[in-house]
Design a protein around this ligand. Structure first.
Ligand SMILES: C[S@@+](CC[C@H](N)C(=O)[O-])C[C@H]1O[C@@H](n2cnc3c(N)ncnc32)[C@H](O)[C@@H]1O
Length: 409
């Protein structure tokens, strides 16, 4: 049968109760005949909708939808497919295959070697038909009842990007390859780099409210220097970055203290519920995003009323003069060659006029609260006196704080 068209998207917190109910229906429909009634009860016992939320927030869960109805969901972690569940009425229509392909792509992100899973007895044939082989058997003891599973693994390559999903026409993020390849060199340099430590970071931090006890998103968190600082201030931190290599380094730095998502800021963030954040911090990342209107709408959605965005971006004046462009008024993709982090590397970035920065924020509903054109601190003068003198006369960075009005949902 030809696979039907449906959307695969990351799961959001509001999906948890539908997932919970679908899970029960799927176990009930597919596991009977392979497990006893008692075992089926035990497979489902103690599950709650809330139980799915931590994995959703970690970006590990995804759903298929057709006509706005959930038809299945899956769960994958690095190196392992945790689960694939299909709505019983949708069996045999390509949902399971699509979920498994998506799960494999996620499981293979940042992972080398075979992907493993524990199959329920009824699903072994399904996985075998999709390249998995049996490598053993296991039993899980739950509430004193033994539940048999089959251990399986799949070798080879991640499936090619899917054609029939919402990412069909998604362009590749412009700076992904550059940051993935220089992640380690960037992480080694960034903490002490005077441009960051004595110029951009102090200005950004001066705009941040007290974050203790607040939920903060670091949008484009890179190797996690700011996340580490936020955690030390007592914030609950979510980090998003499009580069899996950067996130690996961030994970090494902050461990499990922050929730990390490999995600493209050009796309919605379904793993963040409406009005679920107090602050969004974005340091040096928004230049890589083409569509600021969609981005600030998404920031507006996920911030609670009264919450704020604090960001730094290349200053529109210096970006304009550095690029020797003859059209100030357009947003254009330019290429910058970075030296000093090993071999020279070309980093594409959008240059845009000032109005193309401010307008999307205001149109999304934000009020502009502070605009800072930073100058370097005295420490900068000690380590790089020539550049210090330049930065005292020529701006390179713009920092802005915008706020979602308290009376807006
Ligand atoms: C200059 S680094 C800044 C990293 C970090 N904020 C810091 O201050 O060290 C820019 C970061 O943006 C990330 N990035 C680039 N394009 C992105 C996109 N489309 N979505 C999410 N992150 C992106 C890069 O992977 C990189 O980690």
């Amino acid at each position: 049968m030809e696979a039907e068209k449906f959307l695969i998207r990351g799961a959001c917190v509001s999906d948890a109760s539908d997932m919970h109910e679908l899970h029960a229906r799927a176990v009930d429909a597919f596991c009977r005949g392979h497990y006893s009634d008692e075992q089926i009860n035990v497979l489902l016992i103690g599950r709650t909708a809330e139980g799915y939320v931590p994995a959703i927030e970690r970006g590990e869960m995804f759903v298929t939808e057709s006509d706005g109805r959930m038809t299945g969901f899956g769960h994958a972690t690095q190196g392992e497919v945790q689960a694939v569940f299909v709505e019983p009425g949708w069996a045999g229509r390509g949902v399971g295959s699509a979920l498994l392909e998506h799960a494999l792509r996620l499981a293979w992100r940042g992972h080398e070697g075979p992907i493993q899973l524990k199959s329920t007895l009824n699903a072994v044939g399904f996985y075998e038909a999709r390249g998995f082989v049996e490598i053993g058997a296991t039993e899980i003891d739950k509430h004193g009842t033994a539940l048999p599973f089959v251990l399986m693994e799949r070798r080879g390559e991640p499936p090619a990007e899917k054609q029939e999903s919402d990412d069909e026409d998604r362009p590749r993020p412009v700076a992904l390859d550059a940051y993935d390849s220089m992640a380690e060199a960037y992480a080694a340099a960034i903490e002490e780099n005077p441009r960051s430590a004595y110029y951009e970071r102090p200005a950004l931090l001066s705009l941040l409210p007290d974050v203790s006890g607040r939920r903060v998103l670091d949008a484009g968190c890179g190797p996690g220097v700011m996340m580490e600082w936020l955690l030390a201030q007592g914030a609950a931190v979510v980090g998003v970055d499009v580069s899996a290599n950067m996130l690996k380094l961030a994970e090494q730095r902050v461990g499990e203290a922050a929730v990390l998502h490999v995600a493209d800021l050009e796309q919605p963030m379904p793993f963040l519920a409406d009005s679920s954040l107090d602050v969004i911090l974005s340091s040096g990342t928004l230049g890589y995003i083409q569509d600021w209107q969609a981005l600030f709408r998404e920031f507006f959605r996920v911030l609670r009323p009264g919450g704020c965005v604090v960001l730094s971006v290349g200053h529109p004046c210096s970006e304009y003069t550095l690029n020797e462009t003859d059209d100030y008024f357009s947003t254009e993709l330019r290429e910058y060659t970075w030296r000093g982090l090993g071999a020279p590397i070309v980093v594409p970035c959008y240059r845009r006029p000032f109005s193309h920065m401010v307008d999307p924020m205001v149109r999304a509903g934000f009020s502009i609260e502070r605009v800072v054109e930073p100058v370097p601190t005295e420490e900068f003068a000690r380590v790089e006196p020539e550049e210090y003198a330049q930065l005292m006369r020529r701006p390179r960075v713009l920092c802005v704080r915008v706020r979602k009005p308290v009376n807006r949902a």
